[in-house]
Ligand binder design. Structure first.
Ligand code: NDP
Length: 259
């Protein structure tokens, strides 16, 4: 084979399995965007730890699908509302699979409603899961991530544009992730670790089904006039997992919701 042929073959191999030999942890990997991401990263060559809180069987199904792709997987229960568990799941993932290269902070909850109906418990729960949990999991991951490590966080289009009433708490929680991501990029950049934020628009999942009561209005708010799929978000995460010169940045996968 000529040297040109060798180099073509190498680049083909690389593009087929950009994450070969890497280990990823996807929080909330049992369903929706997280499950699609876990499978996409496995397809790209990564072994994957799948976090969940209640969906043990769903998480184990995702692990079986990861294994069917020839990768290793493990399902790990961790309630992101629990400060200790948010950090411990990182250690458990790295210990089970031998290292940690990619953290996907995906677990999140949406509590929407008029300002006066949101209780203190709602505020604490949403901030604990969507913000504090992400901080603690990212901090724990920073102890394991090698040069080339990735922190990819799932925010929301609601952090950029709130199209109607009812989003105060959720939008506030997701907006916090922009500051965290930029600061992580600065803090960890010297070690060659990147941190980026993905902002999905309306995505058809259990959290926001495309046939739900408010779906038509949400689809209409996008330039493309439709819901996105979990796979469309997973594609962006996979890109960021491989990207070497992208950090501290935000990427809308929202069908033009912010346009
Ligand atoms: P789903 O409700 O379909 O799935 C949520 C996932 O998060 C599940 O795997 C669930 O685990 C896990 N999870 C929920 N609460 C906790 C917790 N306390 N601790 C640990 N894991 C938890 O949501 P999506 O896939 O739609 O959302 C994923 C992310 O994308 C979230 O951060 C969400 O805010 C964000 N997003 C979603 C949009 C959408 O339109 N769908 C739009 C913009 C952002 P289990 O199965 O065990 O319950």
């Amino acid at each position: 084979m000529t040297s040109q042929g060798t180099s073509r073959a190498t680049s083909r191999t690389t593009s087929q399995a950009t994450l070969h030999g890497k280990v990823a942890l996807v929080t909330g990997g049992s369903r929706g965007i997280g499950a699609a991401t876990a499978l996409r990263l496995a397809r790209e060559g990564a072994d994957v730890a799948v976090g969940y809180v209640n969906g043990k069987e769903a998480a184990e199904d995702v692990v079986r699908a990861v294994e069917a792709l020839g990768r290793r997987g493990v399902a790990l229960r961790a309630d992101a509302a629990d400060a200790s568990a948010s950090a411990e799941v990182v250690d458990a993932a790295a210990e089970a699979l031998g290292r940690l290269d990619v953290l996907v902070n995906n677990a999140g909850v949406g509590v929407l409603g008029p300002l006066e109906t949101l209780s203190l418990e709602d505020v604490d729960r949403v901030l604990d899961i969507n913000v504090r949990g992400v901080f603690l999991t990212s901090r724990a991951a920073s102890a394991w991530l090698p040069e080339g490590g990735r922190i990819i966080t799932i925010g929301s289009c609601m952090a950029q544009r709130v199209p109607g009433p009812g989003g105060t708490l959720y939008a506030m929680s997701k907006a916090a992730l922009a500051g965290l991501t930029k600061a992580l990029a600065r803090e960890l950049g010297g070690r060659g670790i990147t941190a980026n934020l993905v902002l999905p628009g309306p995505i058809d999942t259990d959290m926001n089904p495309a046939d739900g009561p408010h779906a038509e209005g949400q689809a209409a708010m996008t330039a493309l006039g439709r819901y996105g799929t979990a796979d469309e978000v997973a594609s962006m995460v996979a890109y960021l997992a491989g990207a070497t010169y992208v950090t501290g940045a935000e990427f809308s996968v929202d069908g033009g919701h912010a346009a």
